[in-house]
Design a protein around this ligand. Structure first.
Ligand code: GUN
Ligand code: ZN
Length: 433
């Protein structure tokens, strides 16, 4: 007997990418249905409730009428080890790393502490409707085991890797070119493709890796081309100047990665704010993804990601919290920040575009669009159900809405974990979310 569930509500699906066209046409890419049928953990169909009941008469019916049912959120760049130091005051990137981040990351050398933080991280992200995260771990292999163990226990599709760094960081966090390669290879062999988990080759960023380490990780990626590779690119101006001093022969920051075999269509570049024309051209050519981290970019004072320009160049773009450089675990808050930053560069992103950034666009950036990021037949049923009137402030604005997009937008701009009515992971309700 198949296990069937039908959810009713405003079921949001996308038939096309709403970012590839004007905001005014974005809603044409979206489709709203009355119900979704989930069979054995996957979306079987969307449509009218009567039709789905006829197709699956034994299905369990869960009514969420008036609420929005959409694909679970995808956070394409996060640092789970920084969970406990989120919202740390008063620093720009390099000082923030040295004063807050590295001391906390050192604590994850204790596997029990790492396990505790991983549990806390997934409790928090799931309670905010995020069903897939792509995370940096620390340089300790046990921190990778902690992440994947916790994700696997929850049945999540999740991706992460050991953060590699062999210089410009405390000795206790530094590996070497050889050990970064060997530890990453061993973790990749242990976790990549296990259940819904993916290993991500993870040099932290150019300033904390020697050329030899970047070479070693480039070679590892060449040996495992189906893996993602994640790092940071051009986040702050001081960082870019530092990279220039460390790699004087490189044409620019991106060239450091490219010249060590770390550019390709499965690359994820966090931030990517301050880019030269040569870099944007190479990024677009390579098919790599840029990961927009809007709360982080404001919080650490990094700069404005020009999403309109990047889309015009045809870049692949994901959206992310960048916790704990970002100031929130919430992808709703992150969508709101993306909206506000885009407004500063003259673009009003449509609610459909914002929701796509947090779902389908992220899935495409991760090359997981065949599995997650949309409510369509065959997709894994990672689903978030949003209460569109979750607080008095949102409810009173929602009451004035003339159409579904006006009904959704106040929750994007003002919603938090109180808006998360339910979360399903592979069709199963998450108990505490
Ligand atoms: N660049 C290198 N490491 C980090 C990090 O942990 N967070 C952010 N935001 N940028 C980085
Ligand atoms: Zn980051």
């Amino acid at each position: 007997m198949p296990r069937d569930t039908i959810l009713t509500g405003h079921v949001l699906s996308f038939d096309a990418d709403p970012l590839r066209g004007p905001a005014t046409g974005a809603s044409d890419c979206a489709r709203l249905s009355e119900a979704v049928l989930i069979r054995d953990g996957r979306v079987a169909a969307t449509g009218a409730l009567a039709d789905l009941r006829a197709r699956a008469p034994g299905a369990t019916l869960r009514r969420h009428d008036g609420h929005l049912i959409c694909a679970g959120f995808i956070d394409a760049h996060a640092h789970y080890p920084q969970t406990a130091i989120i919202a740390s005051w008063g620093k720009r990137l390099i000082d923030w790393l040295n004063d807050y981040t590295f001391p906390e990351e050192m604590r994850l050398c204790d596997p029990e502490y790492a396990a505790r933080i991983a549990e806390r991280y997934f409790d928090l992200t799931l309670s905010h409707g995020t069903t897939t995260t792509v995370s940096f771990c620390t340089s300790h292999p046990a921190s990778v085991d902690a992440f994947f163990t916790a994700a696997r226990a929850r049945g999540l599709r999740a991706a992460a890797g050991k953060t590699c760094m062999d210089r410009n960081a405390p000795a206790d966090l530094c590996d070497s070119a050889q050990s970064a390669h060997d530890d990453s290879a061993a973790l990749l062999a242990r976790w990549h493709g296990v259940d819904r988990l993916s290993y991500v080759i993870t040099p932290r960023f150019a300033p904390t890796s020697s050329a030899a380490q970047l070479d070693a990780l480039g070679a590892l990626w060449a040996a495992h081309p189906d893996c993602l590779m994640q790092t940071h690119l051009s986040e702050q101006t001081e960082e870019i100047a530092w990279v220039k001093r460390l790699f004087p022969k490189a044409r620019d920051y991106l060239d450091v990665y490219e010249s060590h075999g770390l550019l390709g269509e499965r690359a994820l570049f966090g931030h990517a704010i301050h880019l030269a024309p040569r870099e944007t051209a190479r990024l677009a050519e390579s098919g790599a993804a840029l990961v927009h981290c809007p709360t982080s970019n404001s919080f650490i004072g990094s700069g404005l990601f020009d999403i309109d320009q990047r889309l015009a160049e045809g870049q692949r773009i994901g959206l992310a919290t960048d916790t704990g450089g970002g100031s929130s675990f919430s992808m709703l808050r992150t969508m709101a920040a993306a909206y506000e930053i885009a407004q500063l560069t003259g673009t009003a992103l449509h609610p459909a575009q914002l929701l796509w950034l947090a779902t389908g666009a992220g899935a495409a950036a991760l090359h997981m669009q065949g599995h997650i990021g949309n409510i369509a037949p065959g997709m894994e049923a990672d689903i978030v159900i949003l209460d569109l009137a979750s607080t008095p402030a949102i409810a009173q604005r929602h009451a004035r809405a003339d159409d579904i997009w006006e009904a959704i937008f106040p929750t994007i701009m003002m919603g938090d974990d109180r808006a998360i009515r339910a979360v399903l992971v592979a069709g199963e309700p998450v108990p505490s979310a």
